[in-house]
Design a protein around this ligand. Structure first.
Ligand code: TLP
Length: 345
């Protein structure tokens, strides 16, 4: 059965155009910097994000880890959202591999960290204290609803951060979704950030890979650390070829995913037994709960949905996240709404 797969935008398979480009990609040994396709992807990424240089990395998790390892020393502290991917879903890499300590600050419902909370979390100079080195923002903020942070907010955080001699890293796994939501170029969203990670392998539909961008000096150090972590890759132009299509073409169509998420949410609001989050969706994620009077739990509904050909991701016993992407068309939106209606009645 061909499933409608809403578990994540990470499930996107490469497009036929990507597969053709991958088959024909000009390649070389990227550890020698000899792969022309990787070099082109890195130049394009740096240009689109308005930074000096970029590095192709196997995953978003590795990209974020590299940023933390470059910016921080062992024993340093990083201010992160308590609902951020870096804090919750990266296997504790910063502590395990970098000796870096997270300082979690509450994510507000709109995905931001309150400026006063950031300020209050910066350690004072004291022989007892760790040194605060870095603040991380996530844009779009996944767990808060796929909500896009604004360029104004990011600028305010950057001002606070830089005034206090800290650095700002943006986990921009879905930064192009944020850019599409605000209808501005991605570079405007990250202009004051010292480093940014974004993913090619999510809504941009590449099979593998993320990009880390920043200054030339930052990227040179990240390249060294990528090798240390075992992430130096060879004829990886095969993958970069898909990434170039992600950047040149797929970034321009994300609004379609957002419109479909909106239609899906509108449809699901009509289904008795479902409570779609107020305001959802902001981008390509619909978050919803089972109403209190529904006896089934999210696991059981997930199973029924699977039997009806729709894969969904239960967040907990009562909650779902549905993510639209390149392979979700209008028909899939309608089928999803009717599968939920059948599952609940
Ligand atoms: N997110 C995945 C899962 O890991 C939860 C998803 O389905 O949303 N930053 C953010 C904000 C992310 O959402 C993700 C992946 C990453 C980083 C990590 O990227 P990968 O999976 O490439 O390591």
């Amino acid at each position: 059965m061909e499933y409608i797969d809403l578990r994540s935008d990470t499930v996107t398979r490469p497009t036929p155009e990507m597969r053709a480009a991958m088959a024909e990609a000009e390649v070389g040994d990227d550890v020698f910097r000899d792969d022309p396709t990787v070099n082109r992807l890195e130049e394009l990424a740096a240009e689109m994000l308005g930074k000096e240089a970029a590095l192709f990395v196997p995953s978003g998790t590795m990209g974020n880890l590299l940023a933390l390892l470059v910016h921080c020393q062992r024993g340093d502290e990083v201010i992160v959202g308590n609902r951020s991917h870096i804090y919750l879903n990266e296997a504790g890499g910063m502590s395990a591999l970098g000796g870096i300590q997270p300082c979690p600050v509450q994510n507000q419902p709109d995905g931001t960290l309150a400026l006063e909370d950031i300020l209050a979390s910066i350690r004072t100079e004291d022989v007892h204290h760790p040194i605060t080195r870095l603040v991380c923002l996530e844009n779009t903020q996944n767990i808060c609803g796929g909500v896009p942070l604004t360029p104004e907010y990011t600028r305010q955080v950057a001002e606070l951060v830089h005034r206090n001699h800290l650095l700002l890293h943006v986990d921009g796994a879905r930064i192009f979704n944020a850019a599409a939501a605000h209808n501005i170029p991605a570079r405007e969203l990250v202009e004051p950030a010292d480093s940014v990670m974004f993913c090619l392998s999510k809504g941009l539909a590449a099979p593998v890979g993320s990009m880390l961008v920043g200054t030339t000096r930052f990227i040179a150090r990240a390249r060294h650390l990528r090798k240390m972590l075992g992430g130096g890759m060879r004829q990886v132009g095969i993958l970069a070829a898909a990434g170039i299509i992600s950047l040149e073409k797929m970034t321009k169509r994300l609004g379609e995913d957002h419109a479909r998420a909106k239609r899906m949410a509108d449809g699901l609001r009509q289904v008795k037994g479902l409570v779609v989050d107020a305001g959802s969706p902001y981008t390509n994620m619909v978050y919803l709960n089972l109403a209190d009077d529904v006896p089934a739990n999210a696991g059981q509904i997930t199973e029924t949905m699977r039997n009806l050909g729709v894969l969904v991701d239960p967040e907990n016993a009562r909650r779902f996240r549905l993510v639209t992407h390149y392979w979700i068309d209008d028909e899939a939106v309608e089928k999803t709404v009717s599968a939920f209606a059948k599952s609940l009645n």
